[in-house]
Design a protein around this ligand. Structure first.
Ligand code: ZN
Length: 252
């Protein structure tokens, strides 16, 4: 009996060693989700909300922002953050609900979308404009094909999102040497573009964490799309934004 008890105690000790349980003193490693805008064309209805969560390719934006996303991811990892990308290859098909759910499942502390406005027609110069930082506000909404309003209602996330947007605008302004607009909603009805009506980007609406949605000019001088130098500048501005919101766990 005593021998059995002794071996039980020994077994428990081994279990304790092998499985220390929740380490309350271990520092939290911040989780950052990086969302490169656009996907090969995809049509979908989100089962949970009934929203249309389609996405579409928008070259050369899709290629450029994916490249920016990889630069941001590499730098953040080198600073010690845990980073999850919503798309891990350029041509991966991802609808907008899937992107939000990836961030929710990762329990991200912060998510950022990366977009720009490129193109032969309608493109905006990287040095000239379209620098916008969007945050989530209570009351922002989108409408399903059946007319149901899906409304953003998380006050805690909205407060933090607004604070983070101000940090992103400051950081991006300093790195890009450009004027930044900060917006708590899209500013017009997305239904006018043939998207689900409403005024918040779907990824932000479905997210459980602050989600900063970034826009920028997408044409470098004399180019359709961004040069490597401007992609690096955009990436550096976003890394600075993340660092301003959530300090890195250790210095690289
Ligand atoms: Zn875009």
């Amino acid at each position: 009996m005593r021998r059995a008890l002794a071996s039980l105690v020994a077994a428990l000790a081994i279990c304790t060693l092998a499985n220390p349980g929740p380490a309350t003193s271990a520092p939290h490693v911040p989780v950052i989700v990086i969302d490169p805008g656009h996907s090969r064309s995809i049509h979908a209805i989100d089962r949970q909300t009934g929203l249309r969560v389609d996405d579409y390719e928008n070259e050369p934006e899709m290629r450029d922002v994916f490249s920016v996303a990889r630069l941001v991811t590499a730098r953040l990892r080198s600073l010690g953050y845990r980073v999850v990308m919503t798309k891990t290859s350029l041509n991966q098909r991802r609808n907008l609900a899937q992107r939000a759910r990836i961030a929710n499942a990762a329990h991200a502390d912060l998510a950022i979308s990366i977009h720009d406005q490129a193109g032969r027609n309608g493109g905006i110069g990287f040095r000239t404009g379209n620098n916008i930082v969007y945050y989530q506000s209570v009351g922002d909404y989108r409408v399903t094909p059946r007319g149901h309003h899906v409304v953003f209602r998380n006050h805690v996330v909205a407060r933090l999102s607004k604070r983070y947007a101000a940090e992103f605008a400051r950081a991006r302004r300093a790195v890009q040497h450009a004027r930044m607009k900060v917006r708590g909603n899209v500013g017009y009805d997305l239904g006018s573009r043939g998207l689900a009506p409403g005024d918040i980007w779907i990824v932000q609406l479905l997210a459980h964490m602050p989600w900063i949605y970034n826009e920028a000019g997408g044409n470098s001088r004399g180019h359709v799309g961004l040069t490597a130098a401007d992609r690096r500048t955009y990436a550096a501005s976003l890394v600075a934004g993340v660092e301003a919101c959530i300090p890195p766990p250790r210095r690289a």
